[in-house]
Design a protein around this ligand. Structure first.
Ligand SMILES: O=C(O)CCC(=O)C(=O)O
Ligand SMILES: [Fe+2]
Length: 327
């Protein structure tokens, strides 16, 4: 990334589109196609949009935030006992400053918690040491945490599937084209807490500039703001301010690769200048580990060739984890 992007200004005029996805469930193909068209425009531009009409009850979103706050409010000793170093499949607590998303920058001013698909040690995929497969770590002192997070995880998995049907339509494909990808997906829920930015450390970030390396990221943020999306046209940052009742959805590097770089995986970062504690809950929906990601047919013009060889979801993820920091 060019150093200029670190100092680039806030972009006041540009904004991200709001896409109502409710019509993806419509029986009218024209209404479904209209959502596909809106998704296509967003994906070709920055690969970032606000998702409205998702149908997930506000009560579940509120409950997920309440449990997230309760988790990070636990005493340090209790959080340390849940540390992800105790997990073979990247689950559990990550301490403040435990990740540096922007190479060469200061460690991120955030703490996190990872939750994945719950699989017992006896599951053949776990026994075989498959990537990110295994049991979660659940905090014993928060009785509402596990049921709430499981319900939230299930709801977001459903939304991930819905959005992949929309992405298929956006690529002029039948809407069930990615059903194989959506079968038994490798999804990860990440709870994040960003303390207020420190005025005496202007270079410090809540989350340093990065792209997500998977498929779809579906982010619920609280009302503090702080997420910024890079705008190459102006060499500035669009502030993705929260819009109540919506998720911010963005595409990761795997979808860029899958579409021969037609769809975009865009640099983003977090700086919590609100003066308050910020909480966010990104859900990374990456699909079935055995699914082969190869250049989508409708993403090749006449005479064009795929830029990348075919790769399984699992191999792509593993190589990105190796190249960057585990997240
Ligand atoms: O907290 C946010 O708003 C964004 C988090 C993020 O970009 C990530 O976890 O990849
Ligand atoms: Fe991200």
């Amino acid at each position: 990334m060019a150093p200029a992007t670190l100092t680039a200004a806030r972009v006041e005029t540009a904004s991200l589109p709001v896409i109502d996805v409710a019509d993806l469930a419509s029986s009218d193909p024209a209404r479904r196609a209209a959502v596909g068209k809106a998704l296509r425009a967003a994906c070709l531009d920055k690969g970032f949009f606000y998702c409205a009409g998702h149908g997930i009850p506000q009560g579940l979103l509120d409950a997920a935030f309440a449990e997230t706050r309760a988790l990070f409010d636990l005493p340090d000793a209790q959080k340390d006992a849940l540390d992800k170093s105790n997990s073979r499949c990247n689950r559990g607590y990550e301490t403040l400053g435990g990740q540096t998303l922007e190479p060469g920058a200061m460690p991120d001013r955030k703490e996190g918690y990872y939750i994945g698909v719950e699989l017992p040690e006896s599951d053949p995929r776990v026994a075989a040491g498959r990537f990110n497969r295994g049991p979660n770590i659940w905090p014993a002192d928060l009785p509402g945490f596990q049921p709430t997070m499981r319900a939230y995880f299930a709801a977001l998995s459903g939304l991930g599937e819905t959005l992949m049907r929309g992405i298929a339509l956006s690529l002029d494909l039948p809407d069930d084209s990615f059903d194989g990808y959506c079968h038994d997906p490798l999804a990860t829920l990440r709870l994040l807490h960003y303390p207020p930015a420190r005025p005496d450390a202007p270079e410090e970030r809540g989350a340093g500039a990065h792209t997500d390396f998977g498929g779809l990221t579906i982010l619920m943020q609280d009302d503090n703001g702080g997420l910024q999306v890079f705008d190459a046209a102006s060499d500035g940052w669009i502030h993705a301010d929260p819009i109540p009742g919506t998720f911010v959805v963005n595409l990761g590097d795997m979808i860029a690769r899958w579409t021969n770089d037609r769809y975009r995986s865009t640099l983003h970062r977090v700086i919590n200048t609100s003066g308050r504690e910020r909480y966010s809950i990104p859900f990374f929906y990456v699909g079935n580990p055995d699914y082969e990601v190869r250049c989508i047919s409708t993403c090749l013009g006449a005479g064009e060739t795929p830029k990348y060889p075919a790769v399984t979801v699992e191999d792509h993820l593993q190589s990105m984890y190796r190249k960057t920091y585990v997240r």
